[in-house]
Design a protein around this ligand. Sequence first.
Ligand SMILES: Cc1cc2nc3c(=O)[nH]c(=O)nc-3n(C[C@H](O)[C@H](O)[C@H](O)COP(=O)(O)O)c2cc1C
Length: 408
Amino acid sequence: MDNPLAASSSPPPPEGAGAGVEVIPDTEPDYKITAGDRLLEAIKRFVPNAETRHHLLAQYARAYAAFPPHYHIPSALEKTVRFHDRSLPLAVGGPIFLAAGGNKTAEHLAAFAELGFGGISVGSATLKPWDGNPFRPRVRLLPADRAMQNSMGLNNPGIEHIAREVDAALGRCHRRRMAIGISVTDTPGVTEEARILAEVEASFRRAYGAADYVELNLSCPNTGTTRLDTDVDLLRRILDHVMNVRKSLVPRKAVLVKLSPDMGVKTLEAVLQTVSDAGVSGLVLFNTFPGDKGKYLRMATAPADVEPLTHAGSKGGISGRILYKNTLPAIRYIRQQLPHMTLFASGGIDHGEKVLDLLEAGADAVQVYTVLAYRWNAVRQMNKELLAAMKARGVRNLEGYAPWRAGE
Ligand SMILES: Cc1cc2nc3c(=O)[nH]c(=O)nc-3n(C[C@H](O)[C@H](O)[C@H](O)COP(=O)(O)O)c2cc1C
């Protein structure tokens, strides 16, 4: 494989710095602060706890959904997300999905259509209910970088609860042209391989029965356990196991693997080879960036000023705008390496023009979360900006839009 940094004047990053860091300049599309954004700042002062605000998101969506007129994503943003392995395609109203972690409990799923989403990755779900990390706070904002620092540790009500909620809401979500995936993860602290495989298989089977697609989150940096996405041999065994299970399940649904953004070139190459060999349907690129490696992010907040979230000094995962400079070049690079794979971009996407840039570079859809903490009505705004960017570039609609194919 080519070095993803070949086009860059910077030297390749050390292992662990992130595949695309340093490649694109700091000129990113930015948004104007609106009266709504100021209102959001006032709400933050009124409700200072970021985790409490996170819980309010679903209530906010529900309140919106209770009052007509209902929001409809502009029809030019409709698209069908397809998969090389002939998994059921996802017909969605727009390309912006809610990333895993944004709705961990599967509550009020259909109401999220009101916020402008084309899909939701619910969870992540463990086999049994999981409380997450015991300390507080587990989430903090880093406003200078429009970032979030989180170490929630995969708190969720367990796959059975989540799958039942999805079962109940899926029809309503489809009527609003929203696809629902379930993100499945291993139980933090479990290191015995046979148990990891058995638990992931059980959660996977239940998620598969309920959702439109399943996302395997093997890259959470916040649980203190070994990350499974960088242990390439273990990753191979997990994926072979899961994909073998899928062979016996009908209909065929997409299986996506979510990776971490901090891999250096060597590890990334090995991981890409592994996911490709395993025959997964697609990738989610990426999870949060491990905060302990914050020096690689060139943040406005000095790494030393990023306070630890745990007594042991861990800084959790960093998300938000600061990640975008890695997300775009990584999508471009990975698209070249794996032209057949469906790619969901995630990391610092906070403007509609960025969505179009990512779709041009090779993404099939995008996932967002942290922008919701900084922009009022973020996804509706981004849908509007995306439409404007499409008009400016002469793109009439997103159905079948994949300009990167021309350079394949
Ligand atoms: C508070 C919080 C909780 C998260 N929980 C999960 C999770 O449970 N599973 C997962 O795969 N990703 C989780 N993520 C990562 C997001 O899905 C997303 O990949 C990441 O935040 C980058 O996107 P963003 O910059 O738009 O936030 C979480 C992120 C945050 C900020």
